[in-house]
Design a binder for this molecule. Structure first.
Ligand code: URA
Length: 240
């Protein structure tokens, strides 16, 4: 982190930035794979896949996601849902995984939760596709909208990492616990993580509630609004 960013964060009472431990090789991170030679053929295959994904451009990434059969979520999907938005984004919002409507249309957050996400974006003068990119921790719909299993988020993780590398967002907003846990590689309680600035490999990251949760817990909407104001303030102080 630069001295300037560090001193701004201190001034805001946000330093130190919260860093999490790095993910195990089994989760398929290319960097870890490169650093630790493996003899186990299954691990080598996972690492090799992560390395290939780490070298893809947008078109290759979309194609690879569309054809992916790395976990069982591919079995029941209508189509994979890679992500949507401005590839020159400042903001990256990461959800959990596609639901039925997203699976049908191939775009994230187009159902009820998506309508609320769009309203949340509008509340801080943002718009889907304008300096904003929206992705999910897993790109294929978990049957019945269940929470993705750890092996499913691990299989999809290299895609999310590559999206972040290509986008180079200024700020990542993790929507809900599964997205936060995927990105922070740690157990996360959303309530306890609000109002704190984390980082994912050097990119500032904040955690807030998932829009689907907010649809069921209307009283927490005000907290999500506070979180977005916090995110916007951090973005302004860090980058303007
Ligand atoms: N919930 C998510 O986490 N992602 C979507 O794309 C839709 C609903």
């Amino acid at each position: 982190m630069s001295d300037r960013r560090e001193s701004i964060l201190r001034e805001m009472g946000l330093a130190p930035l919260w860093k999490r431990r790095t993910r195990a090789v089994a989760a398929g991170q290319a960097a870890a794979a490169a650093a630790i030679p493996q003899a186990n053929p299954a691990v080598v295959a996972v690492d090799e896949r992560a390395r290939r994904i780490a070298g893809m451009d947008w078109d290759e990434l979309k194609q690879s996601i569309a054809e992916c059969r790395a976990c069982r979520l591919c079995e029941q999907r209508k189509q994979a849902v890679p992500g949507v938005g401005d590839t020159d984004a400042d903001w990256l919002f990461v959800g959990e995984g596609p639901g039925a409507e997203e699976d049908e249309r191939g775009e994230p957050f187009v159902g009820q939760a998506g309508k609320l996400l769009d309203a949340m974006l509008a509340a801080i003068d943002l718009k889907r596709g304008r300096k904003v990119y929206i992705a999910n921790a897993v790109k294929c719909r978990p049957p019945g909208n269940r929470t993705p299993e750890p092996e499913e988020t691990a299989a999809c993780f290299p895609y999310l990492v590559r999206q972040i590398e290509l986008l180079k967002p200024k700020l990542i907003v993790a929507l809900g616990k599964p997205a936060a846990e995927t990105l922070l590689d740690a157990e996360v309680k959303v309530g306890a993580s609000r109002g704190r600035l984390f980082e994912f490999r050097g990119t500032p990251l904040i955690v807030t509630y998932h829009p689907a949760y907010l649809l069921r817990n209307l009283t927490d909407k005000a907290k999500a609004w506070e979180d977005l104001c916090f995110a916007r303030a951090a973005m302004r102080r860090l980058f303007e």
